[in-house]
Design a protein around this ligand. Structure first.
Ligand code: AMP
Length: 210
């Protein structure tokens, strides 16, 4: 089971790449942004509380996000692993994710960052506003605020995973297909390493028995 987190600023292509990954792998997909948007669209009590914060382009509190994630992880993973999109977005969330996964004997296998320069992010987000009718993509100040929130609160998460040797970054500027290839190479390597570790363990167990 390979648990992946896609990492990157708003507009870096995490959602697009997630869709392609889910065509190839059977991961349980958790996009905190999608969950939040659904809550807002359905006008649930949570949706009503968070709408204003999301519309301003600010991050929600760790408590809100963690309660959402906790429930999803508890429901479990009936697949190749979890694919997280837009989570964790703060160091506190990253710590909590480790803790939640550990409870069920799991861990994050790799965090894959899509690196895209700011000008390109802004171009993509303003284009997406038309296509996907997302309120938080429509206003240039809100877009800039989301990018600033990313730089201030989310970028430090990279170091958390770098220290665990789980952080990989790819150039997110190429075509969608090129970027997918780059991500897939990392995932294939993870799958290979896992199989290799299992084979080595089996060999060791066999040697012990003989
Ligand atoms: P996204 O579609 O991932 O860009 O998320 C849309 C909005 O949902 C963000 O601008 C935040 O307001 C909120 N959000 C999504 N994920 C998180 C998270 N992990 N932590 C805090 N806020 C989040």
């Amino acid at each position: 089971m390979i648990n992946i987190a896609l990492f990157g600023a708003p507009g870096s292509g995490k959602g697009t790449q997630s869709k392609l990954l889910l065509e190839k792998y059977k991961h349980t997909y958790i996009s905190t942004g999608d969950i939040i948007r659904e809550e807002i669209a359905k006008e649930t009590p949570l949706g009503k509380i968070v709408k204003e914060v999301v519309d301003k382009g600010e991050l929600l509190t760790d408590e809100i996000i963690i309660s959402i994630i906790e429930e999803k992880i508890k429901k479990g993973c009936k697949s190749d692993g979890f694919l997280f999109d837009g989570f964790p977005r703060t160091v506190a969330q990253a710590y909590k994710l480790d803790e939640l996964l550990l409870k069920t004997g799991m861990q994050i296998s790799c965090v894959i960052s899509l690196d895209v320069p700011q000008e390109e992010l802004i171009k993509r987000l303003t284009g997406r506003a038309e296509k996907e009718n997302r309120d938080d993509d429509k206003n240039l100040n809100v877009i800039q605020h989301r990018i600033d929130e990313y730089e201030k609160k989310t970028a430090p998460v990279a170091d958390f995973y770098r220290k665990q040797n789980k952080f990989y970054s790819i150039d997110g500027i190429g075509t969608i297909e090129d970027n997918f290839e780059r991500i897939d190479v990392i995932i294939q390597q993870q799958i290979f390493n896992r199989k290799d570790a299992k084979t080595q363990k089996n060999d060791k167990d066999c040697r012990k028995m003989s």
